[in-house]
Design a protein around this ligand. Structure first.
Ligand code: ATP
Length: 357
């Protein structure tokens, strides 16, 4: 390798763009990742997550901007010169090579001596808890075990960066949870720096030190899981963080970071997350968990209940307003479909956003 990349303090994307013809898949993406961080790239399908990862890996050239490991520019290097570990959704194992050979492949390519290779493969097998499975072919393993082999293969070369693209998507729900914990354990044990693509906010919230939310090739917000969960900066980020109720209205008053929004004639107060002036169109965003059947009509929305499902401790309901807004709410008691009720959330749990871009 031309330069030693294994020691570094940070990875930096500097105004990275990627165009496909007239499509701007990434636009001026700026991002700094510290050594040892676990970063999740989160966003809806087509927002540019895989393109970002592939540009970092070198599988796709950038069409603008640059990528750096400290003072070393890496976007001009070939993928093998960057030497980052990659884990794909479909595992991408060699079907005719056994587990040991799959894991050792990258070391062999690098001309690692046999004894050292065997030792490193043993270590990797043990890290992903596949001791005793080394002689098997990928076809003889379960999906979860194949994913462990793919992870071992990525990390055995001791890469400066581990890049994972939706690695759990092909696993069933139970295994996904198990492997999620495993991926974080492996990251911690290795002291790795990991960039992880997902469209699943639970995965991002539970795994990452910081989450990067993308939309239409633009970074919308970067923050810790807590920051994003509690204080999404835009409506689309809030949507990803579980604010399913998004009610369009008009700002009628503002005061000290709070706004009152007229939604179909109801006055709904909330925390202003973007600057808004009186008269502006706005969205009120509320999580279903925070929206309850209210005793009075004050600060509440009048709705007709559509459904109410028993969920053990409480009921989860859907309802609509006379203007056709659809809502999801909670209730501690049974509510009959067809009845008129008032729904209210605490002001601290109600966020107010500008119209989406
Ligand atoms: P998904 O979760 O569906 O994989 P993503 O967020 O990873 O989505 P990308 O795969 O990065 O999204 O795609 C971003 C945009 O770039 C999309 O509009 C996609 O159609 C487009 N795109 C990606 N690869 C190519 C390509 N090779 N040629 C043309 N357009 C592409």
């Amino acid at each position: 390798m031309a330069i030693a990349l294994s020691q570094f303090n940070e990875v930096r994307l500097d105004r990275v763009s990627r165009e496909f013809g007239s499509l701007n898949a990434l636009r001026d993406v700026n991002l700094t990742i510290k050594r040892g961080e676990f970063i999740a790239l989160l966003g809806p399908s087509g927002c540019g997550k895989s393109t970002t990862l592939n540009c970092i890996a070198g599988l796709l050239p950038v069409t603008g901007g640059s990528i750096w490991l400290d003072k070393n520019r890496v976007d001009t290097l070939k993928p093998e010169e960057r030497g980052f570990g990659m884990v794909f959704q479909n595992y991408a194992l060699f079907p005719h090579l056994n587990v040991r050979q799959n894991i050792g492949f990258g070391l062999k390519m690098r001309g690692t001596a046999k004894a050292e290779m065997e030792r490193k493969v043993d270590e990797a097998l043990s890290l992903v808890r596949l001791q005793g499975q080394g002689h098997k072919l990928p076809g003889q393993l379960s999906g979860g075990q194949q994913q462990r082999v793919a992870i071992a293969r990525a990390i055995v070369i001791e890469p400066p960066l581990v890049l994972m693209d939706e690695p759990l998507s092909n696993l069933d729900a139970k295994l996904r949870l198990e492997m999620r914990a495993e991926i974080r354990r492996i990251h911690n044990e290795l002291g790795a720096t990991t960039i992880y693509v997902t469209h699943d906010q639970d995965e991002a919230l539970s795994l990452a030190d910081r989450i990067v939310v993308l939309r239409d090739g633009i970074v919308r917000q970067v923050g810790t899981p807590k920051e994003l969960y509690e204080a999404p900066a835009h409506l689309d980020v809030a949507d990803f963080m579980g604010f399913r109720n998004k009610l369009k209205g008009k700002v009628i008053a503002t005061d000290k970071g709070r706004a009152i929004v007229d939604v179909e004639g109801a006055k709904i107060g909330g925390v202003m997350r973007e600057p808004l002036s009186i008269g502006a169109a706005a969205y009120v965003a509320i999580r279903p968990d925070d929206l309850f059947v209210a005793e009075s009509g004050e600060n509440a929305l009048a709705v007709i209940v559509d459904t109410a499902e028993y969920r053990g401790r409480e009921f989860v309901g859907t309802a609509h307003t006379k203007g056709g807004l659809e809502l999801v709410f909670r209730s501690s008691h049974a509510v009959e479909p067809g009845t008129a009720v008032q729904l209210r959330a605490g002001e601290e749990n109600t966020l107010v956003f500008a119209e989406p871009i």
